[in-house]
Design a protein around this ligand. Sequence first.
Ligand code: ATP
Length: 240
Amino acid sequence: MTETPPLLVIHQLEVRYGKIPALSGLELQLAAGEMVCLLGANGAGKSSALKAIAGLLRPQSGEIRYRNEVINALRPDQRLRCGIALVPEGRGIFQALSVAENLRLGSYCRADRQTVKEELDAILDRLPRLRERLKQRAGTLSGGEQQMLALARALLARPQLLLLDEPSLGLAPLMVQEVYRFIEQIRAQGVAILLVEQNTQLALRHASRAYLLKAGRLVYSGDSKHLHADPALRQSYLGA
Ligand code: ATP
């Protein structure tokens, strides 16, 4: 019997900004429908990893394999069409555009307008506050609403792999809960999620496995439960 290959396989990935190394020899795997977190202190290389997977940064060497194809040479828009969507740190919302216009941008790569409309309707059923604010300028939304908008926009590209960079950043605790409830719903639909979070406890509660980076190098990978239960291990790498 042949085993299904993982959705994403990263092998020996090196990313540098000029002479500054951001990632050295990263190894990471993600199965379809799995939620995994990537942790580390400021500057550890987490955002660089997400950007390299989304095609926004060109690695110096190493391999990014998605659905068993090497995708290093694909442009960001081609990766989006293949089902890789990034919600960047700061959310990437166009503040001056309306909520509806921001959502429309999420489906620009799709030709099936009728299905997009139905999917958008289904998403807005789950996010009534966004539905009420469709005509409003996105910059007037609260931080939490903007995060929901960023997630909704990413969903309209029909991702199989969602890359989330600090979704809880700057949000009040109640809003964090709401955002994570939505993220859990997305995962339950079968979308794989690679999650970057400063909030370690939160990430470990939601992700099944964790990868821990220190100065661009992988120092731990394993069960979230194990890392959660080992404060000494967390303290030594995260100061958490
Ligand atoms: P943070 O939580 O602060 O976003 P991070 O773990 O996401 O940190 P990265 O943003 O990936 O880390 O940064 C990794 C390393 O690369 C750091 O040393 C950082 O200073 C450097 N770096 C990141 N972006 C650039 C850039 N545009 N130009 C030069 N160096 C950069």
